[in-house]
Design a protein around this ligand. Structure first.
Ligand code: ATP
Length: 248
């Protein structure tokens, strides 16, 4: 079953072409890693998918629902963790999560159970009554992830979820991503961490200058780059993005 269908998506900011005719399909339960150099268009693409930016042209359907035509229905099944999520710093963790859950219309009893079990899963129960503004970056990121999943979305969009996290927290978040996907959630995440993409993503999409230049399993990307069968993703990535620079 296909979960996400993006067709001919383009986005211009004035004269800047951030996305140029992007088409992608992601199947149910897949973890797809979006890689690309700085400024390639990753955040722009993810923001359009979750309905906080309008494309210049093209369409996005999630589980058959068009994000432009029916944003409320689509947002019910999407969870989104932005790059550098800004959280309400003057609320405690529990207050903030209750607030987000209520906006997401999670029933009260379910919400308090969900908050307690998520704080436990993410090993931050002792932060329940701490002010969000007092948290370390890693704990804030955990809170942002919990907030994005309170309504049990079946499609998760994560924009550089590992940025600025220490190795232990990165490993924790990665294992959480893997187990969430194993439970049937479809995940589309951008990352600059190629090792992580190689280990956890079932498919890789490479974007450069607003265009998807390759998408598939590592084996097919190796073939596209004329690389060896055992070439690492970072070599394949550099080769594919260098080829584009060389050809332009
Ligand atoms: P990074 O890896 O550095 O986070 P990215 O791949 O997420 O980059 P985007 O943030 O999507 O890239 O930016 C794509 C292009 O669009 C860049 O040229 C950027 O300067 C431009 N851009 C992004 N947002 C805006 C904006 N609000 N106004 C004008 N240009 C923008």
């Amino acid at each position: 079953m296909t979960d996400l269908v993006i067709e001919n998506l383009s986005k211009k900011y004035g004269d800047v072409v951030a996305l140029n005719d992007v088409s992608i399909r992601i199947g149910s339960g897949e973890v797809v890693g979006l890689l690309g150099p700085n400024g390639a268009g990753k955040s722009t693409l993810l923001k359009i998918i979750v309905g906080i930016l309008r494309p210049t042209s093209g369409s996005v359907r999630i589980d058959g629902i068009d994000i432009l035509e029916n944003p409320e229905a689509a947002k019910k099944i999407i969870g989104y963790v932005p790059e550098n999520a800004s959280l309400y710093t003057n609320l405690t963790v529990a207050e903030f999560l209750s607030f987000v859950g209520k906006i997401r219309a999670v029933p009260d009893e379910e919400l308090s159970q969900k908050i307690s079990s998520s704080l436990k899963t993410f090993d931050i129960e002792e932060k329940r009554n701490a002010l969000v503004g007092s948290l370390s970056k890693g704990t804030k990121q955990k809170v942002a992830i919990i907030a994005s999943t309170l309504h049990d979305p079946r499609f998760l969009v994560l924009d550089e979820p590992l940025s600025g996290l220490d190795p232990r927290t990165q490993r924790f978040v990665n294992q959480w991503i893997a187990s969430t996907a194993a439970n049937g959630t479809t995940i589309f995440l951008s990352t600059h961490n190629l090792d992580i993409a190689q280990e956890y993503a079932s498919k890789i999409a490479i974007i450069d200058r607003g265009k998807i230049i390759a998408m598939g399993k590592l084996d097919s990307l190796r073939k596209l780059a004329n690389s060896n069968d055992d070439a690492r993703l970072d070599d394949v990535f550099l080769k594919l993005t260098e080829d584009i620079v060389a050809a332009s």
